[in-house]
Ligand binder design. Structure first.
Ligand code: SAH
Length: 341
């Protein structure tokens, strides 16, 4: 356990059980939410800091890579020396942070760098939150006066494969006593763990569900995403419809365009049939090529043409802005490079 795993009230409880007055708990909470490390806290006695040594987060920003487009990719070192990536993107409406939910990933998608070394371990809720707190501090934000407006769980890892920690993280992030980020501004991206989508739907959170679809037939999907051996596209769509029924939130689909794999006119028609009749939107993303993978990139122009084809069929779609391509913007690319060093 680290202290960022605890909500405000849990932390006050914990500190009280240590035999300390409530105001100490509040001081510790403020320090954590200001992204301070233990040495930077000036209002706690030395003895208490020593007591907190094993539970106070020690994660730190190891490297920052800044893209020409302003996107910054952070490599963050965890307490156990594992490294994860988080990405900061500036949009007109504010700052979005893309966080990792696991060290590595076990989903095995053929185009993705995060999964190259398999799953190392799950992140705790506090480690997910830590990514936000560190970047918020980097932006000059403090506690409730925060700079980050939106959070997407789209970095390395499969959030629904780390379900309990992910849910706890969303609760911490949207808590009024925490950073108070509206659930409407939180998106979770999944390769489609159907049973977990049903579980999530029943929580009736206000978060946005995004499905990494990437193919229009089960056969094709199996060739790029091993998870397709477990769940069919139909099962995923049924789960999405249930999610919509429970939450009334529009569902988003990610469609990474791979040359000669999923970019044909037939694919457009199949997508239309799959997504017929419910509120959803397709984000088309040109593949970010990963050296270790042999899949072929599509151009931005091809992505625009693909989207135009979808729109003509009545499917709501846009080309996702690619950000930070020059700094290894795609999932897991930085960490994969680091592991090679
Ligand atoms: N496991 C989750 C979240 C992490 S991946 C999921 O599958 O959704 C986040 C998104 O980035 C997914 O849509 C994924 O398919 C996409 N992605 C991964 N590698 C990519 C690459 N090389 N180029 C383009 N998109 C990629």
């Amino acid at each position: 356990m680290i202290l960022t795993d605890l909500s405000y009230f849990e932390l006050l409880d914990y500190v009280q059980k240590m035999g300390l007055p409530r105001f100490r708990g509040e001081q510790i909470f403020d320090a954590i939410y200001s992204g301070k490390n233990l040495e930077e806290i000036s209002n706690l006695p030395k003895g208490l800091k020593e007591q907190l040594l094993s539970i106070y987060p020690k994660y730190q920003i190891l490297y920052k890579f800044e893209s020409k487009d302003g996107t910054i990719k952070f490599l963050i070192k965890l307490d156990d020396d594992n490294a994860i990536e988080s990405v900061l993107m500036k949009y007109k409406y504010g700052y979005t942070v893309c966080i990792s939910t696991q060290v590595g990933c076990r989903m095995g998608c053929k185009f993705c760098a995060s999964t190259l070394g398999g799953l190392v371990r799950n992140l705790t809720a506090g480690e997910m939150l830590g990514q936000i707190l560190l970047i918020n501090k980097f932006l000059g934000g403090k506690g409730s006066d925060r700079k980050i407006t939106n959070v997407v769980l789209m970095g390395s890892g499969e959030p629904l494969d780390n379900y309990d920690n992910t849910i706890k993280f969303i609760e911490l992030l949207s808590s009024q006593r925490g950073l108070n980020i509206s659930q409407r501004n939180i998106s979770i991206s999944t390769c489609g763990l159907v049973d977990k989508i049903y579980q999530l739907a029943d929580l009736k959170l206000n978060i946005t569900l995004t499905i990494s679809l990437h193919a229009t037939s089960d056969e094709k999907r199996k060739s790029i995403m091993p998870i397709a051996n477990r769940y069919t596209i139909k099962e995923i769509i049924d789960a999405c419809k249930y999610y919509y029924k429970q939450t009334k939130r529009k569902i988003y689909f990610e469609y990474t365009l791979i040359a000669d794999v999923n970019d044909s006119g037939e694919d457009q028609k199949s997508l239309k049939n799959i997504l017929n009749g419910f509120l959803c939107h397709v984000n088309v993303i040109p593949l970010n090529t990963v050296k270790e993978r042999s899949l072929k990139k599509t151009t931005r122009l091809m992505a625009y043409q693909f989207v135009e084809g979808l729109k003509k069929l009545g499917v709501s779609a846009t080309v996702r802005r690619t950000m930070g391509e020059d700094i290894g913007g795609a999932c897991g690319q930085l960490r994969a490079n680091l592991l090679k060093l």
